[in-house]
Unconditional design. Structure first.
Length: 200
């Protein structure tokens, strides 16, 4: 039997918002015959996927990410570190191409800095190890105020970064990842529904 675990944060005005980003709004309207809502949000609102174009501006946009990249075996590891260095991954990456990092930020409901994020050395290690999809429960994969080097390192080979996951009820281990961003033409990123599957 397969169990599905939804690791997507609910998208609402209350979701954690990175400073300077658009606070999402959902306005429901009653037309009399039906309900319809208008949405105001950014391509990086809530749980979302960064495409290479987000930092590399190279045309590899979110609508061109292959499904085979975003669906498949995945490992979840946990760390309490705020600066996530190479040592966190020692002996934990064999055969891993999709990796999610669970930290203390999963239960946070407001932005706070510093938040858990990769060091540049850790990003280089993951890229060299062949990790193509890297996800975090933090609001960004790299430290607040950084210059984008971590993103550029991870996205250079056409991979994807998933940010602001909710991994609070997920144990370390191996899963099947399903991470589907909105198919926004020429999008630098997009909100996504992200699910983990595990045999039980």
């Amino acid at each position: 039997m397969v169990r599905q675990i939804d690791v997507t944060r609910v998208l609402s005005p209350a979701v954690v918002t990175y400073p300077g980003d658009i606070e999402p709004r959902v306005e429901k309207q009653d037309t009399g015959d039906y309900l319809i809502s208008s949405l105001s949000l950014s391509s990086h609102s809530g749980t979302h996927i960064d495409a290479p174009d987000h930092f590399l501006r190279d045309g590899r946009t979110v609508d061109t990410l292959p499904l085979g990249l975003l669906i498949g075996p995945c490992r979840v590891i946990e760390t309490q570190a705020t600066t996530i260095g190479p040592g966190v991954f020692e002996g934990r990456l064999q055969g891993v191409t999709r990796l999610l990092i669970k930290t203390w930020f999963s239960r946070r409901t407001r932005f706070v800095a510093p938040f858990p994020a990769l060091s540049l050395e850790a990003a280089r290690l993951l890229a060299a190890a062949g990790v193509r999809v890297i996800g975090t429960d933090g609001p960004s994969i790299e430290p607040y105020g950084s210059d984008g080097s971590v993103h550029r390192t991870l996205l250079a080979d056409g991979g994807a970064v998933i940010e602001l996951l909710d991994l609070s009820d997920v144990a370390e281990g191996d899963y099947r990842l399903i991470a589907l961003p909105l198919r926004i033409r020429d999008g630098d990123g997009a909100p996504a529904r992200v699910v983990l599957e595990v045999e039980q």
